[in-house]
Design a protein. Structure first.
Length: 380
């Protein structure tokens, strides 16, 4: 497959869209494309997704808007958005996993030293490093600043890590994880947290997959028992990890952008097709029309707000709530026989998790109320 133009800045967006579409069509026909899978890489796509990221890298589509001197494509965020939209339209995975290309990659670009950028970015965009996100703990999810995993600084500048994480997607396959741990228990809670790039093969790390209601094991518990973390694993300054993490969460919520709307439209189109030519319950017709209208509003909202950071919680909230409702409606329209068909059942069982992952719907509503609309703060 041909690499895209060597002068990224000169790439006309319309031409770029054509270029992406032909690349994806070719990849679908030769079988190299990894099917789309949403926010978490399912174990059965693991090998295919790794090979796909390698192909993307060779074709110039890995880490599209990362800086060119660190293995990226040097393109604009507009080009990136086109890439995500076309991947959604063709139902192809845009990357190996979100946790690596979006979360870890962007954090390293923003806060990494030159050595960290050189060490991690090219290898990540080639698919040689699979990342996981080690933020949530049994006692710290929505209230992430309540995290208790501790990293105590040692004489050599490294840290001794102890504690537990949970819901860590893809941790059983990951070579590295982005980790939050408390390095100063005396500091105010948001100021004593540091951000690490953790080698998942260090002695003292135990990963236990958790079985979900879909039957898959996509996320894990991760235990740290006296893990010796080297000094160069720290990303940014000690005690300044909260700010790095907040930007990562914004990236995570923003990832549910216009590409998500395209896949939602595809789901709603499929339901409309199913509904045509058969007797429809008036309540189901109402519900389908409401969801289609809401999908158009979401699209308009995203176009108006563009990549403004405050669009991210709204996009995440609307997309995941609509997805849950769309899958419930699909189950109602397919009826009992639909529940025997695995793809439909999987979607129905999977979608409630997306309302929680990356910050629950209730938390997105709080953020929109407090930070976007300026309403009084929730009682803490
Ligand atoms: C599919 C999936 C994948 C995930 N992957 C990862 C991952 O890779 N890495 C990672 O670190 N984490 C991951 N998570 C964890 C996720 O970030 C947390 O589950 C989420 O932040 C919620 O935290 P919690 O589960 O502790 O629930 P809690 O915070 O205990 O919340 C329980 C309920 O209370 C509500 N609630 C809590 N506080 C408030 C409030 N102030 N106002 C109103 N309602 C409130 C919540 O909305 C929720 O309904 C994943 C979760 C899921 C479901």
């Amino acid at each position: 497959m041909a690499a895209h133009s060597t002068d990224p800045a000169a790439l006309d967006p319309t031409e770029f869209r054509h270029e992406v579409a032909s690349f994806l069509i070719e990849a679908l026909s030769d079988g190299s494309a990894c099917p789309a899978f949403g926010a978490i890489l399912p174990p059965e796509h693991h090998d295919k997704a790794r090979a796909w990221q390698q192909t993307l890298s060779e074709a110039g589509f890995g880490g599209l808007h990362w800086p060119t001197d660190h293995g990226g494509g040097g393109l604009s965020t507009e080009h990136s958005a086109i890439w995500y939209e076309e991947c959604a339209r063709h139902r192809v995975a845009p990357y190996l996993n979100l946790q690596g290309i979006v979360l870890a990659g962007e954090a390293i670009i923003r806060s990494g030293t030159d050595d960290q950028k050189q060490r991690f970015l090219p290898a990540t965009q080639r698919g040689e490093i699979l990342w996981c996100q080690l933020f949530s703990e049994p006692g710290a999810g929505s209230d992430l600043a309540g995290l208790a995993s501790s990293a105590v600084e040692q004489a050599d500048g490294g840290y001794l890590l102890n504690g537990q994480k949970v819901w860590s997607s893809n941790a059983q396959f990951a070579e590295f994880g982005i980790l939050l741990a408390r390095t100063d228990p005396e500091a105010p809670r948001h100021q004593g947290i540091s951000f690490f790039l953790l080698d998942m093969n260090l002695p003292g790390i135990e990963v236990r997959p958790i079985k979900q209601m879909t039957g898959d094991e996509e996320f894990c518990e991760v235990f740290f028992d006296d893990v010796a973390v080297p000094p160069d694993a720290l990303l940014g300054q000690p005690g300044q990890g909260w700010k790095v993490a907040m930007d990562v969460l914004l990236d995570e919520r923003g990832a549910f952008g216009s590409a998500g709307v395209i896949s939602l439209e595809q789901e709603l189109d499929a339901l409309a097709t199913l509904g045509r030519g058969r007797e429809m319950d008036a309540v189901v017709t109402d519900e389908l029309s409401r969801l289609v209208a809401q999908g158009q509003s979401l699209k308009a909202l995203l176009q108006r707000l563009g990549s403004a950071p405050h669009a991210a919680p709204a996009a995440k909230l609307l997309r995941t709530e609509m997805s849950t409702e769309t899958n419930r409606l699909a189950a109602a329209m397919h009826g009992a026989s639909g529940m025997l068909e695995s793809e439909q059942t999987d979607r129905l069982l999977y979608s409630p998790g997306m309302r929680i992952a990356g910050g629950s719907s209730e938390i997105q509503r709080n953020i929109i109320g407090e930070r976007v609309l300026g309403l009084p703060r929730e009682p803490r």
